[in-house]
Design a protein around this ligand. Structure first.
Ligand SMILES: Nc1ncnc2c1ncn2[C@@H]1O[C@H](COP(=O)(O)OP(=O)(O)OP(=O)(O)O)[C@@H](O)[C@H]1O
Length: 359
């Protein structure tokens, strides 16, 4: 007779590769059921976008077969509960992820939007704030130009209801400004506008709230870094030397004393050009490997590269970002990067909480 205890003992041999502890100690195993040779249990991952899903599942099956019964029929149900830092002051927003770049025009908004869509496609609850006060582009990228969020009453308080599209809750500074009128933003105005997007909106429960920031390091970044429990920042760069130099300065700001926001990694955008008619050809028009070098210098993960292709800009312009597509190489590259971002957030949370326990 196989017992649930035997199953748990066997699963103690399965290590969570990132958190470096076994999945039983990490309280990741639930609902162990045994009926004769049929064994089933759930494994609660730290994110639905876990890149190690298949690895963990196979390790569980092998461990049970090896230590309990080689003829056992093992069913592993993968579920997830996204982790957060125990110091997080938002009860409903588990992880705020800033997307930043040193230089303008490197594709920061494109990366933020496509990462948000990729995370939502994997089943995470995702929000996106367009905090690029100088050039809010998210309304266009979601075909929401001219959209105005409405107000709602939550517990007797007036709140802004984010607009929902493609499964993502969105708020942009662009929803509240006239696109034809330039606004001379002053420091305190920037700070209060950003705070309002967080505090005065009805976000509900979110696993990840991505924030697209303006290029460089300015009031938005300082407001975010000092006023909000940021889970981490994703740095976007192109391989050009000038972009890399600016990205280095941008990343450096998040490492400053008194700021200390974890850098989740570097995304290299426009890594190479691929013409639609020659999909296997890669032309490294801006140089090769710069993003990876930057990641090494900062001792942070290199999260991946995105090619310069028409469908990315076309998708952004017509409000249908490329990540929405299935069976598309660029969408897969974004999905891969999204998994790595979610993985890094979970690692940072575990480090911050010291005890690597799945809540
Ligand atoms: N990988 C890519 N392939 C093709 N076009 C791209 C790619 N990434 C971004 N673009 C295009 O480059 C332009 C700039 O991108 P985006 O607005 O995302 O950059 P940004 O860094 O957010 O700019 P800003 O400095 O204005 O905030 C857009 O027209 C976008 O569609």
């Amino acid at each position: 007779m196989i017992t649930p205890e035997q199953v748990l003992t066997a699963l103690k041999n399965v290590e969570e590769p990132d958190l470096k502890k076994d999945i039983v100690t990490l309280k990741m195993v639930e609902d162990v059921k045994v009926e004769g040779k049929k064994i089933s249990f759930s494994v609660v991952l730290t994110t639905p976008a876990c890149p190690l899903k298949d690895l963990i599942k196979n390790a569980c099956i092998n461990a049970v077969k090896h230590f309990v019964d080689k003829e056992a029929e093992v069913e592993v149900n993968l579920t997830s509960r996204v982790t957060t830092k125990s110091t997080n002051t938002f009860s409903n927003i588990k992880n705020i992820i800033a997307v930043a770049s040193g230089k303008g025009g490197v594709g920061k908004s494109t990366v933020a939007v496509n990462l948000a869509i990729s995370l939502a496609k994997k089943g995470a609850k995702v929000g996106l704030i367009d905090g690029d006060i100088y050039g809010p582009s998210i309304p266009i990228m979601f075909q929401l130009e001219g959209a105005k969020p409405y107000m709602t009453q939550v517990d007797g308080q007036n709140k802004i209801e984010p607009i929902e599209k493609y499964g993502i809750k969105l708020l942009s500074i662009g929803f509240f400004t006239d696109p034809n009128q330039a606004i001379p933003w002053r420091g305190p105005m920037v700070s209060s506008a950003i705070k309002q997007l967080f505090n005065d909106a009805h976000w509900g429960e979110l696993d990840y709230l991505l924030v697209d920031t303006p290029p460089g390091t300015g009031d938005v970044h300082i407001t975010l870094a000092q006023g909000f429990p940021i889970a981490g920042v994703v740095i976007v760069t192109t391989p050009q030397n000038v972009a890399l130099a600016d990205a280095k300065k941008g990343a450096g700001m998040f490492r400053m004393e008194g700021v200390k926001v974890p850098i989740l990694g570097v995304v290299e955008n426009m890594s190479y050009f691929t013409p639609a008619e020659l999909p296997t050809n890669k032309y490294y028009i801006f140089g090769k490997g710069g993003g990876n070098v930057l990641a090494t210098q900062f001792d942070v993960p290199f999260l991946g590269e995105i090619p310069l292709v028409m469908e990315v800009s076309e998708g952004g312009d017509k409000g249908e970002p490329v990540a929405l597509q299935d069976n598309n190489l660029v969408a897969e590259a974004f999905a891969d990067i999204a998994e790595k971002v979610a993985q890094q957030v979970a690692i940072q949370n575990a480090l911050a909480n010291k005890e690597t326990v799945v809540e």
